[in-house]
Design a protein around this ligand. Structure first.
Ligand code: PLP
Length: 395
C-alpha cells in the first residue's frame, strides 16, 4: 500500500513529522505524575485556542461525533427541545443524533450552501415564551458545503430574544484553522476533534464547556457513562483520568497546540485565509463557483467546487486519487454529485496548495470539464506570489 501526501480532503489533514513522532511514544504509567506533565498543559493551551478563560476543557478518546454526544448527553434530558438549522451533512448528522437520543428537534430547513439564518433563530426563540428550547445548535463550518456561519450573529439573536438556552457549536472543521471565540460568542459547548485544524490523527474528542453548561450536568437525565463530564472533571481534579487515556495522542496534541501558539493563532488564521483565497481565485479562473452562496459565507478551511451540469463532482475526486494519487473530498448528501471538495486546513502552505490546484485542474480536464489547464494555478500564483498587489495590500 502506498501513502500519498499531501492530502486535500477536509480532514483528516496532513500530519507534520514532529507531531507524528510525538504521538509515537513509549508506554508510560498514566496513573503517575508523568501523565499530568503531558495532560495539564494541553488543557491549559486548548483554552487559548478556543479563546476561553472561564470554560473547562474535557477530552475523550473519541472522534468529533463523540464530542457531539458528550455535549448533549451531559446537559439535556429526554424530551427536551433543541433548535437547529439543517444546511449540510454535518448539521444533519447532529440533528439525527439528537433525535436518536429522544430530543425534540425544531429544524430550520436551510438550503445547502447557505449559512445559519440567525434572524429565523431569533424569531423562533422570541416566540418561545416558556423557554422550552433548552439548546441552540450551530455548525460553525459546514464541511459538506464549505459554508462558515456567523456564530456571533447566533449569539446576538439569542440575546435579542432574551433566551436562556445553551449555545452548542460544532467547530470540528474550523477550530485551530479559523477564528473561534468561545467566550466572546457566549458558546456553552464548543465541540471539535483532533484530526483537522490540530493536524493530528483522529481519536480525540475535545469539548470546551462553559460554567453555565457545567451547571446543567446534575439535572441532565440523558444516560452517559463513557462520556460523563463529572467523571472526567473529578479525575482531572485528582491529576488523573477516569479510564485509560490515549496518551500518545495527547502527547501529539501537546505538540500541536504548542506549534499553533508558536506560529500565533492570528497568523495561523491569516495563513488559512490566504490559502483559501488563492483557491477561490483558481475556481473563478476555471469559470466555476463555490457551493457557498455568497462571499460572506466562504470557509477558509474547505471549498466545495460546483461542477458544470452534466458532470459528476465526486468523479473528479475519484479520478484524482486513481490517476494522480491525490486525495480530494467527494460530495456528500444533497450535493453528492454536484461538487468535489478541496480541503485547505491544518498543516498546509501556499506552495502545497498549488500542487493540489494543478491536480484538480488536470483531473477536470481529463474528465472533459471545460477548464483551461494552468488557468487556476496561474490565478492562485498571481495571488500568492510575494510581490503581488493583493499580497502587498494585505501586508
Ligand atoms: N462536524 C463536522 C463539521 C465535521 O466536518 C465532522 C467530520 O468531518 C464531524 C462533525 C464528525 O466528526 P468525526 O468524523 O471526527 O466524528
Amino acid at each position: 500500500m502506498s501513502f500519498q501526501n499531501p492530502v486535500f480532503i477536509p480532514g483528516p489533514t496532513n500530519i507534520p513529522e514532529v507531531i507524528r513522532k510525538a504521538c509515537d511514544m513509549p508506554t508510560i504509567d498514566h496513573r503517575s505524575s508523568v501523565f499530568g506533565e503531558i495532560f495539564a498543559p494541553v488543557r491549559e493551551n486548548l483554552k487559548k485556542v478556543l479563546k476561553t478563560t472561564s470554560g473547562e476543557i474535557i477530552i475523550f478518546p473519541a472522534s468529533g461525533t463523540g464530542a457531539w454526544e458528550a455535549s448533549i448527553s451531559n446537559t439535556l434530558s429526554p424530551g427536551d427541545k433543541v433548535l437547529a438549522a439543517r444546511n449540510g451533512m454535518f448539521s444533519h448528522r447532529w440533528i439525527d443524533m439528537c433525535q436518536r437520543h429522544g430530543l425534540e428537534v425544531q429544524i430550520v430547513e436551510t438550503p445547502w450552501g447557505e449559512g445559519i439564518p440567525a434572524n429565523k433563530y431569533q424569531e423562533i426563540l422570541a416566540a418561545d415564551k416558556g423557554h422550552e428550547i433548552k439548546a441552540v445548535l450551530a455548525t460553525h463550518n459546514e464541511t459538506a458545503t464549505g459554508v462558515r456561519s456567523d456564530i456571533g450573529a447566533v449569539r446576538a439573536a439569542m440575546d435579542a430574544a432574551k433566551h436562556p438556552a445553551l449555545l452548542m457549536v460544532d467547530g470540528v472543521s474550523s477550530v485551530a484553522s479559523m477564528d473561534f471565540r468561545m467566550d466572546d460568542w457566549g458558546v456553552d459547548l464548543a465541540v471539535t476533534g483532533s484530526q483537522k485544524g490540530f493536524m493530528m490523527p483522529a481519536g480525540l474528542a475535545i469539548c470546551g464547556v462553559s460554567q453555565k453548561a457545567l451547571s446543567h450536568m446534575d439535572a441532565a437525565k440523558l444516560p452517559r457513562t463513557f462520556f460523563d463530564f463529572r467523571d472526567m472533571l473529578n479525575a482531572y481534579a485528582a491529576g488523573g483520568y477516569p479510564y485509560t487515556p490515549a496518551v500518545g495522542l495527547l502527547n501529539g496534541l501537546n505538540t500541536s497546540v504548542n506549534m499553533l501558539l508558536d506560529e500565533g493563532l492570528e497568523a495561523v488564521f491569516d495563513r488559512h485565509h490566504r490559502i483559501a483565497e488563492g483557491v477561490r481565485r483558481a475556481i473563478a479562473a476555471w469559470g466555476l463557483k463555490p457551493c457557498a452562496a455568497n462571499p460572506s459565507l466562504y470557509s477558509d478551511t474547505v471549498t466545495a467546487v460546483v461542477v458544470p451540469e452534466g458532470f459528476n463532482g465526486s468523479a473528479v475526486a475519484t479520478h484524482a486519487a486513481e490517476a494522480y494519487g491525490m486525495a480530494f473530498g467527494v460530495g456528500l448528501g444533497e450535493v453528492a454529485t454536484k461538487v468535489f471538495r478541496i480541503g485547505h486546513l491544518g498543516s498546509l502552505t501556499e506552495a502545497m496548495m498549488l500542487s493540489g490546484l494543478s491536480v484538480a485542474e488536470m483531473s477536470m480536464v481529463d474528465l472533459g470539464i471545460p477548464v483551461k489547464l494552468g488557468s487556476g494555478v496561474a490565478a492562485a500564483q498571481e495571488y500568492y506570489r510575494v510581490g503581488s498587489a493583493a499580497m502587498q495590500a494585505a501586508a
